[in-house]
Design a protein around this ligand. Structure first.
Ligand code: 8YV
Length: 329
């Protein structure tokens, strides 16, 4: 039997599925430190990860490893140049999380715009004595302008929901999406600068790459309206968190909603001390149904990539399909 490492705690019934095909080493404890990860991968043919960094040194420590299946759509934890050099396949879990993640983007954006967590903290602190006309004034979503940076599958799902809010949708992306998608979403392509100047609510849904590092920094925040909100459901590092904390404190922008952070699970301390922010611990895809679908898809990828099951040799979501069938190097 081939050997695999499941690096994280996942649904036990998905582990049972994997055990039908593999000898499974399952880490149910804390996130494995790099040394321990390397040690446990030394004799493995495959691995299921959820964000663990896999670079050339990890692959070198795992000479039998042929596939790493990430239980996430984002795979910035994989050094794909190293995967290609070693002929190791990477897989991810796209699509199954689009709708849950888009829903959550709206939840964060609305909570930020309408100051929901800020007012709840105030209420819980026993400060509510009377109704007042100017208590927690926020900004409207209905009829406003939504700015989506990153118009991939999740960005499109998010933009589709804007119809019900009668919003104008503007977007920026590496490349324009097909005209029929623009028409369906009633979305106009604009430059990043234009988007930041015009949008009432900016949502980030782009993958993390070196080029996207600090896509939103001090200069970009300075372009935004003082009434605008910024929501990040993409990846930590796309926003300069220190610059954002400054912009929120000085009310350069009105509010922010963040599900992802630079250096998470550690947060920039300044973010914790500004009131006009909604903070959640990377849970945009966290519904029971979606996390189950992600875990099963990650298992499907691993099973097929290691030549087992009904799709043997044809994993559904290869990131670098060119290495399929090539000997490990
Ligand atoms: C994951 C995510 O839960 O899919 C992604 O890219 O960010 C989340 O859905 C998280 O990355 C853990 O793997």
């Amino acid at each position: 039997m081939q050997k695999i490492l499941v690096a994280r705690s996942i649904f036990p019934d998905v582990i049972e599925r994997l055990k039908q095909y593999f000898d499974v080493d399952w880490n149910q404890g804390d996130v494995l430190p790099a040394d321990e990860l390397k040690r446990r991968l030394a004799d493995k043919d495959g691995a299921l990860t959820a964000g663990e960094p896999i670079d050339a040194s990890v692959l070198a420590a795992a000479p039998r490893l042929r596939v790493v299946s990430n239980m996430a759509v984002g795979y910035n934890n994989f050094d794909m140049a190293a995967f290609n050099a070693a002929n190791v396949l990477g897989t991810n879990t796209p699509d199954v999380l689009n709708e849950s993640t888009a829903d959550f983007g709206w939840a964060l954006m609305m909570a930020a715009a309408r100051r929901i967590t800020e007012s709840e903290h105030w209420l819980r602190a026993g400060k509510w004595q009377k109704w007042s006309y100017d208590s927690f004034l926020g900004s409207d979503l209905y009829g406003s302008t939504l700015g989506v940076i990153g118009m991939g599958r999740i960005g499109q799902a998010l933009a589709r929901r804007a119809r019900g809010f009668n919003m104008q949708v503007i977007y920026h992306n590496r490349s324009r999406v097909a005209p029929q998608i623009e028409a369906e979403l009633n979305a106009a392509y604009v430059s990043k600068q234009d988007l930041l100047r015009r949008a009432d609510h900016v949502v980030l849904v782009l993958p993390y790459t070196q080029e996207n590092h600090h896509t939103i920094g001090a200069a970009e925040l300075a372009l935004m309206k003082p009434t605008a909100t910024l929501t990040n459901i993409a990846r930590g590092g796309i926003v300069d968190d220190a610059a954002l904390a400054d912009a929120l404190r000085s009310r350069q922008i009105a509010a922010a909603g963040l599900d992802v952070f630079e250096g998470e699970p550690n947060l920039h301390p300044a973010l914790l001390s500004v009131p006009n922010i909604v903070l959640t611990p990377h849970i945009a895809s966290a519904t029971e149904a979606t996390r189950r679908a992600m875990a099963n898809l990650a298992a499907d990828n691993l099973i097929a990539a290691l030549g087992e099951g009904p799709r043997a040799g044809q994993p559904p979501n290869p990131i670098n399909p060119d290495v399929i069938g090539k000997a490990r190097s």
